[in-house]
Design a protein around this ligand. Structure first.
Ligand SMILES: CC(=O)N[C@H]1[C@@H](OP(=O)(O)OP(=O)(O)OC[C@H]2O[C@@H](n3ccc(=O)[nH]c3=O)[C@H](O)[C@@H]2O)O[C@H](CO)[C@@H](O)[C@@H]1O[C@H](C)C(=O)N[C@@H](C)C(=O)N[C@H](CCC(=O)O)C(=O)O
Ligand SMILES: Nc1ncnc2c1ncn2[C@@H]1O[C@H](COP(=O)(O)OP(=O)(O)OP(=O)(O)O)[C@@H](O)[C@H]1O
Length: 482
């Protein structure tokens, strides 16, 4: 069962019947294999006694515990996380080998691309799986998700369910955390897509270089049967291709590439592009979506689909939930835009998209916050970007988690230039912040509520209370007679 794993020591019987795998001692029971993972908060090795007490039949670990139970088999490996990924893939019958599985990595655009690929291949007539930050899907069946990329056990279990349901293709997001934690190790990919790389998740990776290495690790692991499709216009696009064995393919809006597009128009009603000599009008808005569309088009063609048919379907695609989702006030025609942009790059992109499509008379009012217990470096940057792109800014909370919201807001305020101080309000309560922004908006204005997108909660002190920017925006339009 341990193909692909170097076993350093085996204590106990090598012939054990197992029916389940777990990385959580609390889920261990007779017949399960418990993997002791070295985590961020804790070291799974400390939970081995608990797993054994619960009846785990096998323990996979990097260090053998001092006391060994007679009835338990212990397998010592170099990396429990890597071993878990290989075992999970084998345990579920290597489902990735029975699918055309494409992974999307990059700082922004993963959900948009993976979801668009899912919708495209559904319309092309296939049974298709999706693993994304917003939701997992098997065709139209929605399966709730907790991660962008689930752990290797859950991941292989979901892929196996897709195979069982008759899926031929699956599209998934590959986060940098997933690569470092070996969540995708042992999977067979038909292709990988790289969108872009900017400042994010440095709380976890420490340095930008480590973050780049993590993303690159996914491309490095692709086989020569796969394609590696990269954004040639991104500074790190070519670095991603350096060590991959996969077929190297590129897309670009600026220069030579396997898949090329030229921007004809970026308007409020959508994008107008020339893609590989074909003139196409899309419903998605913003230059960043031109990149996403081009990546999706390229991947579909590399998977053997007909370019004309692909472009016809893509031209009808609408934005994913919480991605540039618009809510227009009935009386005043104020355009509310709810967007998941929670990194400096994404915020800059949304604001520059709005700047491109707005009429000169329309003011832009932005509500924005930064998450707690995550990369603090982006806080002043995002506040400054909001000021540069808007007439008024309301700084507020966005999942403060275990931090004091006022500390986060003070760090954001530090990024506001003296000349911009007059346009900034700071209101920690997100509902009040949105209400104030709606009250400030004049008829026809544009009101951007950034950060949460599709999320339906606010995480305060580990408690997730209901909160949906779209719903609050609608409520406030009604309450204030807008
Ligand atoms: C920082 C991070 O990535 N953490 C992930 C990591 O958990 P961890 O290392 O913190 O775990 P830990 O609490 O230190 O515990 C260590 C080990 O002891 C085990 N344990 C713990 C307690 C116990 O009683 N018994 C027990 O066995 C745990 O199951 C774990 O295996 O491994 C867990 C199992 O895979 C993940 O669920 C967990 O994701 C947490 C919840 C998380 O929030 N992760 C985020 C940051 C994340 O992964 N995000 C990316 C997307 C990022 C993006 O692009 O936006 C994602 O792919 O979702
Ligand atoms: N190709 C892109 N380049 C830059 N920004 C983008 C791109 N695509 C989307 N964005 C911006 O980033 C936001 C998040 O997009 P999306 O959810 O697709 O990214 P993601 O990579 O899945 O992020 P996350 O892992 O945090 O969910 C969008 O709402 C948009 O503002």
């Amino acid at each position: 069962m341990l193909t692909g794993v170097t076993v350093r020591a085996l204590v106990g019987s090598a012939d054990v019947a197992v029916h389940g795998l777990t990385l959580d001692s609390r889920q261990a029971q007779p017949g399960t294999v418990f993997f002791a993972l070295r985590g961020v908060q804790a070291d799974g090795h400390q939970f081995i006694p608990k797993a054994v007490e619960q009846g785990a039949s096998v323990v996979v670990c990097e260090e053998l515990p001092a006391e060994l139970a007679d009835a338990t088999t212990y397998v010592q490996v170099a990396s429990s996380a890597e071993a878990m990924a290989h075992v999970a893939a084998a345990f579920y019958g290597h489902p990735s080998r029975q699918l055309k599985l494409v992974g999307v990595t990059g700082t922004n655009g993963k959900t948009t691309c993976a979801t668009a690929l899912h919708n495209l291949f559904r319309e092309l007539g296939y049974h298709v799986g999706l693993l994304s930050t917003v939701q997992n899907q098997i065709d139209e069946q929605v399966i709730p998700t907790t991660h962008t990329t689930p752990d290797a056990i859950r991941l292989n279990e979901l892929l196996a369910r897709m195979v069982q349901a008759g899926c031929t293709h699956a599209f998934m997001e590959v986060s940098s955390h997933a690569v470092v934690q070996h969540r995708t190790t042992g999977l067979q990919f038909a292709g990988g897509i790289f969108t872009n790389l900017t400042h994010d998740h440095l709380d976890y990776h420490g340095t930008f270089d480590n973050y780049l290495k993590a993303k690159k690790g996914f491309f490095d692991g692709l086989s020569k049967q796969a394609f590696a499709l990269t954004n040639a216009d991104d500074k790190r696009g070519s670095v991603m291709l350096q060590n991959t064995a996969a077929r190297r393919e590129t897309y670009s809006l600026r220069g030579p590439a396997t898949f090329r597009a030229r921007l004809i128009e970026n308007a409020v009603h959508g994008l107008h592009l020339d893609i590989d000599g074909r003139d196409v009008q899309f419903r998605l808005i913003g230059v960043f979506n031109a990149y996403n569309l081009l990546a999706v088009y390229g991947a579909a063609v590399l998977l053997g689909e007909d370019p004309t048919e692909v472009l016809t379907i893509l031209s009808g695609l609408t934005p994913a939930a919480g991605r540039f989702e618009t809510i227009v006030a009935e009386k005043t025609r104020i355009t509310g835009i709810v967007d998941f942009a929670h990194s400096p790059d994404a915020l800059e992109n949304v604001l520059s998209t709005i700047a491109d499509i707005r009429q000169p008379s329309q003011q832009i009012i932005t509500v924005v916050g930064c998450g707690g217990n995550r990369d603090a470096g982006k806080r002043p940057i995002m506040a400054n970007l909001a000021c540069q792109g808007s007439s008024r800014v309301v700084l507020t909370s966005d999942n403060p988690r275990f931090e004091d919201p006022n500390d986060i807001l003070a760090q954001m305020q530090a990024g506001v230039q003296p000349a911009d101080l007059g346009k900034v309000l700071t209101i920690a309560d997100r509902r009040e912040a949105i209400k104030t922004a709606v009250a400030l908006a004049q008829p026809g204005d544009i009101l951007l509520v950034a950060g949460k997108g599709h999320e339906t909660y606010q995480d305060v002190q580990g408690v997730k209370s209901d909160f949906d920017d779209r719903q609050v925006l609608r409520e406030m339009f009604a309450l204030l007679g807008k």
